[in-house]
Design a protein around this ligand. Structure first.
Ligand code: GDP
Ligand code: MG
Length: 440
C-alpha cells in the first residue's frame, strides 16, 4: 500500500528502521547513568542493560518513533516488568495465623516496619500479634511495646534474658491459641552481617516456619543492597522485602537490586518514621523514580506519545482516500499537537521536508484557526464539507460561533476540498504535496 511505501521511504531516509547499537548509543549511556545515580548496584546495572539491549536489538522501530526513544521506552517497560508489574500483597495463611519473620541489619527500620505492617493489616481487618525477639539492645523490647500501645496491638515478649528462638516459638503459639490472624516476629540486627546473627535468624526461621520472611532494606543503602540481599537470601531465604526510608532523597535503585538478586518482590515501602508511613510497592512508580523525573522520563513520555501517533498510520490510509473529513482532520491535528511542533512532524514526511520554518509556523496558526471553526460545525457538516460549500447561512453560523468572518470559513472549506483532492492525487502516486499549509 502507499502508506507502507511512504513509511519505508521515510525510514530509509533516516536509516533507522531498526534498533541498532549505533542508533541507541546515547540512550544507552543515559539509561546507565540514570540507574547508577539511582544507586542501582553496578553489576545489576550492567546485566540489566545488556539484557534489554539484546532484547531490543533488531527490533522494528515504530513509525514516527526515534530508535533511541523507543529503546528508553523498552528499558522503562522492562524495569517495570523486572520489578513485577503489580503489587504483590502479603501472604495470608489458612488456617491462621500467618507468620511473618522480619529480617535485616540494625537500624534499617525492622521494628518500625513491624508496627507499620500491623497497622496496615488492621485496615484489612486482620488482627496481629507482635513478637519482640531483639534481646540484645536494652531498649529494643520497650520500643516495640511502645509502638504496640500506640497502635493498640498486643506485643508478646519474655524479657531480655530469654532465648530469641524460644520467644518466637511461644509467640506463634500464643497467636494460634488466641485466634490471631497474623503474627509478626521482630528480630535483632547487627550493624554488619555476622554469622551469629545469621544462624540465630536461621534457627528462628526453622522453628517457626514463617509464611513470609521479609528483608527490611534501608533504601539509602545504595550499592550495598545487592550483597546484603544475596547474603540474606542465600542463608535465610526471603519471600519479599520492605524498602524503608524512601522519604529520603534516594531514587530507590535498591529496589531493582533486591528484586534482581533475590527474585522476590518488594512488597512495601517505608516513607517516614510514623507508623502510618507505609505504602504498597508499585513497580511502575518505582521505575519512574529510578529513571528519574528528568530527561529520561521525558523521553519515555515522548516515545509513548509517538507510539500513540503510530495509530495515526491507520489515519494515513484514510487521508489518502476520499473518506477523509473534518472530524478526521481534527483528530489528526490533535495528534500532531501532542507530538510537539508541527514542523518537527512535517519534516518526517517525504516531500514535506522542504517547507521553510516560516511556512510551518504559518501552517500551525492556520491549524489553530481551522480547529476552532471545525469545533463550531455540526457532526453532519464535519462529515460533508460540500454542505458548507453550498450554504452561506451555515458558514455564517460557524463563523459567528468561532469568532471569525464568513469568508474565513469559506476559505477553510475551499482549502480543505483542495487539500483533499491533492491527497487523493497523492494517493494515486503523484508526489509531492505542494504547499498544503502554505497560506495560499
Ligand atoms: P531496626 O533496628 O531495624 O529495628 O530499625 P528501627 O525500626 O529501630 O528504625 C531505625 C530508625 O529508622 C528509627 O529512627 C526509625 O524512626 C527510622 N525509620 C524507620 N523507617 C523509616 C522510614 O521509612 N523513613 C524514615 N525517615 N525513617 C525511618
Ligand atoms: Mg529493632
Amino acid at each position: 500500500a502507499l502508506a507502507e511505501r511512504l513509511e519505508s521511504a521515510w525510514k530509509t531516509l533516516r536509516g533507522q528502521d531498526k534498533i541498532s547499537e549505533s542508533n541507541v548509543q546515547e540512550a544507552l549511556r543515559e539509561v546507565r547513568r540514570a540507574l547508577l545515580e539511582a544507586d542501582v548496584n553496578l553489576q545489576v546495572v550492567k546485566d540489566f542493560v545488556a539484557e534489554v539491549q539484546t532484547k531490543a536489538l533488531g527490533e522494528e522501530v515504530v513509525a514516527g518513533v526515534r530508535p533511541d526513544q523507543q529503546f528508553i521506552k523498552l528499558v522503562y517497560d522492562e524495569l517495570v516488568s523486572v520489578m513485577g508489574e503489580t503489587n504483590i500483597p502479603l501472604a495470608e495463611a489458612s488456617p491462621a495465623p500467618t507468620v511473618i519473620l522480619m529480617a535485616g541489619l540494625q537500624g534499617t527500620g525492622k521494628t518500625t516496619a513491624t508496627a507499620k505492617l500491623a497497622l496496615h493489616l488492621r485496615k484489612e481487618n486482620r488482627s496481629t500479634l507482635l513478637v519482640a525477639t531483639d534481646v540484645y539492645r536494652p531498649a529494643a523490647i520497650d520500643q516495640l511495646v511502645t509502638l504496640g500501645k500506640q497502635i493498640e496491638v498486643p506485643v508478646f515478649e519474655l524479657g531480655k534474658d530469654a532465648d530469641p528462638v524460644e520467644i518466637a516459638r511461644q509467640g506463634v503459639e500464643r497467636a494460634r491459641a488466641e485466634g490471631i490472624n497474623t503474627v509478626i516476629i521482630d528480630t535483632a540486627g547487627r550493624l554488619q552481617i555476622d554469622q551469629n546473627m545469621m544462624s540465630e535468624l536461621a534457627r528462628i526461621k526453622e522453628t517457626i516456619q514463617p509464611h513470609e520472611t521479609l528483608l527490611v532494606v534501608d533504601a539509602m543503602t545504595g550499592q550495598e543492597a545487592a550483597s546484603l540481599t544475596r547474603t540474606f537470601h542465600d542463608q535465610i531465604g526471603i519471600t519479599g522485602a520492605i524498602l524503608t526510608k524512601m522519604d529520603g532523597d534516594t531514587r530507590g535503585g535498591a529496589a531493582l537490586s533486591v528484586r534482581r538478586i533475590s527474585g522476590q518482590p518488594i512488597k512495601f515501602i517505608g516513607v517516614g518514621e510514623k507508623v502510618d508511613a507505609l505504602q504498597p510497592f508499585y513497580p511502575d512508580r518505582m521505575a519512574s523514580r529510578i529513571l528519574g523525573m528528568g530527561d529520561v522520563l521525558t523521553l519515555v513520555e515522548k516515545a509513548q506519545e509517538a507510539v500513540d501517533l503510530a495509530d495515526a498510520e491507520k489515519m494515513q490510509e484514510k487521508i489518502l482516500s476520499a473518506k477523509f473529513d473534518f472530524t478526521d482532520f481534527l483528530k489528526q491535528t490533535r495528534l500532531l499537537k501532542n507530538m510537539g511542533s508541527l514542523g518537527g512532524i512535517m519534516k518526517l514526511i517525504p516531500g514535506m521536508n522542504k517547507l521553510s520554518n516560516e511556512q510551518l509556523q504559518q501552517g500551525e496558526t492556520q491549524l489553530k484557526r481551522a480547529e476552532s471553526m471545525i469545533n463550531s460545525m455540526t457532526p453532519e457538516e464535519r462529515k460533508d464539507p460540500d454542505l458548507l460549500a453550498g450554504s452561506p447561512g451555515r458558514r455564517r453560523r460557524i463563523a459567528r460561533g468561532a469568532g471569525y468572518a464568513e469568508s474565513d470559513v469559506a476559505k477553510l472549506v475551499a482549502d480543505f476540498q483542495k487539500m483533499r483532492s491533492l491527497m487523493q492525487q497523492l494517493g494515486q502516486g503523484q508526489l509531492p504535496m505542494p504547499g498544503m499549509f502554505g497560506g495560499g
